[in-house]
Ligand binder design. Structure first.
Ligand code: TRP
Length: 379
């Protein structure tokens, strides 16, 4: 295969996008969109993936489908330069997922670091002893929380729910998301690294086993700020943790969030001094480091803060202005886009048709490589 650069990226439609998405992937999407050396750019609304952990809340996924598209477009993703499409409307991706499932082991999936973290958050059990216990009772609905007193570890088990297959398998599905388009560059947040590694493993196995060079090697492109902390200082800005600033927030919402942003607990009075180590945990300064381009000003403010000449106010006020300057035009563009939803829907339909064409080309080669290309693959 040739070496043209093909970019594919996507979001789960589970909520509006926030600053973490912006620095983690959207900025790179915009950079790549401006790069004329790239032949194909695709953006996917990963609704099937969103359902893997929201199968009981399809309304949420449906409602956020357009929201994530609008967020991206408001930031500058342009459907005339980036093919925007909906995952569930390209059934070839599901087909490819099933074929890829032969190339991945249960053990690989349950050791995937992203799966492990997310399973823990959701209370799903990856403990094999416990899973054996769950599996023995064929009639137990493993989606339900198991009575803790019945669990093998007595009452001390925190994660006692069976793990849904769809959830465990989503790295395979994500490999199909990328490889159906034979994409080789994926701009995403750092948390997605294990997903890209899994996609590469699958691509290599497929090529080797079926004697083809169909699938490329996939590179990840992580933003300059690989991971943005939440306003509470938690390692990750995330909707489920409620520690976010959304790209659609009003100035007042930004003010409210920055007011409660974690600073230095030891700083009670302006005159209190703060060590460099304490300063490093101050989220206001972490954000200023990312978003304020006036490096000299930030350095001076840090100095004054550490030596007891200034309190939290100056940095917080400054941050509100910096963030509102970033978000105001996005907000403005968002409200313009919301005036013509049918136009966005048309772009998505066109984009989906384009993605399906690409998918059909790939599937033809896949079917032939796997010797399931009967009757010229048409009925
Ligand atoms: N897993 C990604 C996220 O949670 C979303 C996603 C799904 C994706 N399929 C993809 C990203 C393919 C890049 C490529 O943000």
């Amino acid at each position: 295969m040739n070496h043209e650069k093909r970019v594919l990226t996507g979001d789960r439609p589970t909520g509006r996008l926030h600053l973490g998405h912006y620095v983690g992937s959207i900025q790179n999407r915009l950079k790549l969109q401006a790069d004329d050396s790239i032949s194909t750019r695709l953006y996917m609304v990963a609704d099937i993936q969103a359902l893997t952990d929201n199968y009981d809340n399809p309304t949420k996924v449906r409602e956020n489908m357009l929201q994530v598209v609008i967020d991206n477009m408001a930031c500058g993703v342009d459907p005339t330069r980036t093919t925007m499409f909906i995952q569930s409307m390209v059934p070839e991706i599901a087909e490819l997922t099933v074929l890829f499932m032969n190339l991945v082991t249960l053990q690989q999936l349950s050791h995937n670091p992203t799966i492990k973290t997310e399973a823990k958050e959701k209370g799903y059990s990856l403990d094999s002893k416990l899973n054996d216990g769950l599996a023995q009772d064929m009639f137990r609905d493993t989606m339900e929380r198991v009575d803790e007193s019945n669990s093998p570890e007595g009452g001390n088990v925190l994660f006692s729910r069976g793990i849904p297959m769809g959830f465990l398998n989503y790295p395979v599905s994500q490999a199909a998301d990328i490889l159906f388009a034979r994409a080789n560059l994926v701009p995403v947040g750092a948390d997605q690294r294990p997903m890209i590694e899994q996609a590469n493993k699958i691509a290599k196995s497929f090529n080797r086993i079926y004697g083809t060079d169909l699938f490329p090697c996939v590179d990840i492109l992580v933003g300059e700020t690989a991971r943005l902390v939440g306003i509470d200082g938690n390692a990750k800005m995330s909707k489920s943790l409620g520690n976010t600033i959304y790209l659609s927030d009003t100035r007042d919402q930004i003010i409210k969030q920055i007011k409660s942003t974690y600073t230095c607990p030891s700083k009670v009075r302006v005159t209190d001094t703060v060590t460099a180590e304490e300063l490093a945990g101050n989220v206001v300064f972490q954000y200023l480091d990312v978003f304020d381009t006036d490096i000299a000003y930030v350095a001076d403010l840090k100095q004054r803060y550490m030596t007891g000449q200034v309190g939290d106010m100056e940095g917080k006020d400054r941050l509100v202005d910096i963030l509102d300057t970033l978000i105001a035009p996005i907000r403005q563009r968002r409200s313009e886009l919301e005036q013509d939803i049918p136009a966005i829907e048309r772009s998505l339909q066109d984009g989906t048709a384009t993605a399906r064409k690409l998918a059909a080309e790939t599937m033809q080669v896949v079917r032939s490589a796997m010797k399931i290309d009967y009757f010229g693959s048409s009925l």
